[in-house]
Ligand binder design. Sequence first.
Ligand SMILES: NC(=O)c1ccc[n+]([C@@H]2O[C@H](COP(=O)([O-])OP(=O)(O)OC[C@H]3O[C@@H](n4cnc5c(N)ncnc54)[C@H](O)[C@@H]3O)[C@@H](O)[C@H]2O)c1
Length: 388
Amino acid sequence: MADAPLNFAVVGCGALARAQHIPNLAASDRCVLHTCCDLSDAALAECRDVHGAKHLSRDWREALRNPEVQAICLATTERLRLPVIQLAAELGKPIYVEKPLATELAEAYEIQRVVHASGIPFCVGHNRRNSPAMIDAQRIFRQHMESPRPCPWRWDREGADRPPLPEDGVAQFCCRINDDWYSWKSWVFDPTQAPHGPMLFEMTHFTDLCNWFLAAEPVEVMAMDSGMLNHAVIIRYATGELATISLCANGTFGYPKELYEAMGNGGIVVVDHMCEIRTAGIADAPGRRTYPFLRDRHPALGQEGGIAGWLAKKRAACADVVRTGNPLDQFTAEPDKGHAHALDRFVDQIQGHGPEVCGIDAAVLATRVAFAAIRAAAEHRPVLLEEI
Ligand SMILES: NC(=O)c1ccc[n+]([C@@H]2O[C@H](COP(=O)([O-])OP(=O)(O)OC[C@H]3O[C@@H](n4cnc5c(N)ncnc54)[C@H](O)[C@@H]3O)[C@@H](O)[C@H]2O)c1
């Protein structure tokens, strides 16, 4: 018999929750959008009128304690994390928590302690791990790193005379993030809300992906930043592998936001904006694969899909804005960044049908790497993870 749908309470019904978690829960036949909790009456009214929330609340303790509520999605800004997780743990209720896990490391460690002690299913919203393109790319890359499938045409100039370098095959993972800070909302600049800026609240997405793709222990971090908008981070792993993260918020939404390139063992796997992956040098791996878009307002354009298709749709959407004057019209054909799949896979985990999605230990590790980068940039020196 199929499992009954789970009653979710969403705490914090702001921009992200109303764009992703709330409609995703409402659309899922495995979940019920049982309660929406926020301090804003306007947000709550939208949750009821647009998304069909069954119950509304301004008090998260009351929402969690409702015996009908079986699971929680916490999507307030990171100013509110530990108290909600503590109550969920006391009540034995699974909880999905938006990133970043906490604003300070001490709180992250306390959350880790509470989650381990209670044993509740726990998931952090590093949603990219659940993007269909990312899942394929990570699987192809890990398979190639663990059981290399070299291509038959690699140019091995020296053959048997090639020197035996110990780093032969060792991987590197590069993340390039093109963002536009003019789109950011005001709390991002408020040090009481986001004391470490994008180096924490954006960076944990990417440190998490580096850890996931390289599947090794991060040991050292170097970083520079220009303040809030430009960041360059290098992570060294115990395997000798390197990850680089380059984040620029003086970029443009007119071009894909994210490019990931994983290289090793004479092969490469590229994830372009989570709508296309490309590989080379890996025997039998698909050279190019494209993924469906979400909310495509320009289905007649760019029918080749992937990046070329996305760019055609995006150009048309940007032209729409010039006509309509509404900057939100530039969004079309969004890549699937895995938000809906993350909740779906978390339900699998809760119901005992699937593995941990992004658990507390992975999230704490990603947070520690981000804090090592924050310290490295502030102190202009490489920082060892063991210092953090
Ligand atoms: N995973 C992603 O892709 C992604 C994207 C954007 C934001 N985020 C994260 O999601 C979180 C929310 O971001 P946002 O952009 O939606 O912010 P937001 O400011 O739009 O929303 C936060 C909401 O929480 C509500 N809130 C605050 N205190 C509350 C309380 N005590 N009880 C109930 N509700 C309360 C606010 O009224 C607001 O509606 C942040 O931590 C952010 O880092 C994640």
